[in-house]
Design a protein around this ligand. Sequence first.
Ligand SMILES: [Zn+2]
Ligand SMILES: [Zn+2]
Length: 247
Amino acid sequence: MLKKFNADLHIHTCLSPCAEIGMTPSEIVRVAIEKGLDIIAITDHNSVENAEATKKAAYGTGLVVLAGMEITSSEEVHILALFGHIEDAMKMQDIVYRNLTPGENDEGLFGHQLVVNEKDEIVGFNKRLLITATQLTAHSIVDAIHYFGGLSIAGHIDKEVFSIVSQLGFIPEGLPFDALEMSPMINRERAELIFKEYIQFPWVSSSDAHYISDIGKRTTGFIVREPTFYEIASAFNGREGREVIWC
Ligand SMILES: [Zn+2]
Ligand SMILES: [Zn+2]
């Protein structure tokens, strides 16, 4: 039987230098449950290092946590990568790390990049330059995500910076995104006016939360059998009545 599950598939943690320090695994899980979410995805900039801790923090609560990343392409396009298995996300992270801009994070300039455990204890500081672009093109990122069995979503395509539309002017033919994301800044009516040429893609909308108070601010409903990565993938394909609802 199909049922509606609420998802927020774009949430940053304290590993993202631009996110607040309070975006820790157990806090994110607590607020996600409070907001009635069934599925969340952890999508830090160019890193997956706090995803497993958040999955562990959610253990036994019923909240499903997907491991993901928000990868910046060489064209400065933000692409969300979601995975069903943390091991696959780690393989993608290896590629991203090998193609990051060399250098260290300047904490004074960009902010802290905290690696934490499921009890919100700091276990390390990521020194990499996570906030900048990788040397990977949007095409190669989407290909690599698919190679590792993940889903690729064009990030906040309505934004005037860091989106496929802002950076390239359009979504190139043959760039096989699994879905497009709209930011909380745009409503469905306006999105349909501006992006009607991309209606063949499934559309999702998420909070892109950098602050605890933003979690669940925007959600997407998935009409699926159960709240899993594979059911989300099936909903993107419209398999056997499954649907993606964002209104
Ligand atoms: Zn972004
Ligand atoms: Zn983001």
